[in-house]
Ligand binder design. Structure first.
Ligand code: TRP
Ligand code: SF4
Length: 327
């Protein structure tokens, strides 16, 4: 039986950090054996917020693809492609835009939220309002059965289902309604305990060197109530501890938990242990990056192949769409 298909994308607005790894990429990776995966760079989506300074888009596209491969996404199992290299997405977006009721878009929670939050950028545009329509085109183009995303994207996948239903109702059954494959929520926060994000300057990147990792860990905020070395700490509220839970062996984690509560370990020492373990985990990723950067043509080939495979499916879907729409 053919493997079920999944589609997901990321906006190229900077390289990948540990927030991406634990919030999305590990989930993508766990699906690659059992699904036919399409993972793409959503450069048109990036344009909705970066249109006035587009250089970051090209700059980070290859960084991200390299990041994906270094963490174990396998180009032989997945199809990687670049959204703007498959022009059919724009055509399907346009057709969907004709039949998507405006109130669906105006009600979209991420739209309202982002309009308020991203006040430095003028995103009060036609394209930004239509963001989820383009996303629906990305997903339905491949007739995906599932979309692995974080909680924040769930409303967009819901709208994709509504657009699929509306299209099918108008023109006949063309698109399956995709499921949301929610990533397990990650407890990892940024250095300052806010959500990890490049724009907050609180991220540890997959490509950070050993020494950078050490220094960033030094800056991490721990249990805010543990002001003095002699104060007992609360690992359950400490972000350093969340990292230990991932990167330190179980036995040692228990030891740290007990020692922290008794003030038998200081935060400086605790952080040093964590940074060491994190660096051990990042080393094979760095090694893989060195290998790929020395063979950049190989990465380009992977993308050429991916773009082609995506395009061939997109072409078929669009033929079907044009036929049922009679255009
Ligand atoms: N909107 C997604 C994000 O910001 C990126 C994205 C674009 C996407 N198209 C998609 C995700 C299709 C899943 C499927 O993270
Ligand atoms: Fe956090 Fe470790 Fe300090 Fe405890 S000892 S508060 S776990 S950094």
């Amino acid at each position: 039986m053919a493997r079920k298909r999944i589609v997901s994308g990321m906006r190229p607005t900077g390289k990948m950090h540990l927030g991406h790894l634990h919030g999305a990429l590990n989930n993508w990776k766990s699906l690659q054996e059992n699904y036919d995966c399409f993972y793409f760079i959503a450069d048109w989506h990036a344009l909705t917020s970066e249109y006035s300074n587009t250089s970051i888009i090209k700059e980070s596209t290859y960084d991200i693809i390299i990041d994906w491969i270094t963490i174990g996404l396998d180009p032989d199992l997945c199809t990687f492609f670049i959204q703007s290299h498959v022009m059919e997405h724009a055509e399907l977006h346009l057709i969907f835009s004709m039949m998507t009721p405006l109130p669906w878009l105006e009600r979209n929670p991420t739209y309202k939220e982002q309009l308020q939050e991203l006040t430095q950028r003028d995103i009060y545009t036609y394209g930004f309002l239509g963001y989820p329509v383009l996303q629906a085109a990305d997903i339905l183009m491949y007739k995906a059965n599932g979309v692995p995303v974080g909680e924040d994207q769930a409303p967009h996948v819901e709208m994709t289902r509504e657009i699929a239903r509306r299209f099918n109702h108008l023109y006949g059954e063309v698109f399956p309604a995709p499921d949301t494959l929610l990533a397990p929520t990650s407890k990892l926060l940024g250095l300052d305990r806010r959500k990890m994000s490049k724009s907050y300057n609180n991220a540890i990147f997959l490509s950070d060197a050993k020494e950078e990792v050490r220094q960033k860990v030094t800056r991490m905020i721990t249990d805010p109530q543990r002001a003095r070395r002699s104060d007992p700490g609360r690992p359950e509220v400490c972000n350093v501890f969340s990292f230990h839970e991932i990167y330190t062996s179980g036995e040692k984690v228990q030891q740290i938990d007990q020692d922290c509560r008794k003030a038998a370990i200081g935060c400086v020492e605790c952080k040093n242990i964590m940074a060491e373990n994190l660096n051990i985990a990042l080393e094979p990723i760095r090694e893989k990056r060195r290998e790929l950067e020395a063979n950049i043509d190989k990465v380009k080939d992977i993308m050429v192949r991916g773009d082609e495979r995506a395009r061939s499916i997109a072409r078929e879907t669009m033929e079907e769409v044009r036929e049922v729409v009679k255009i």
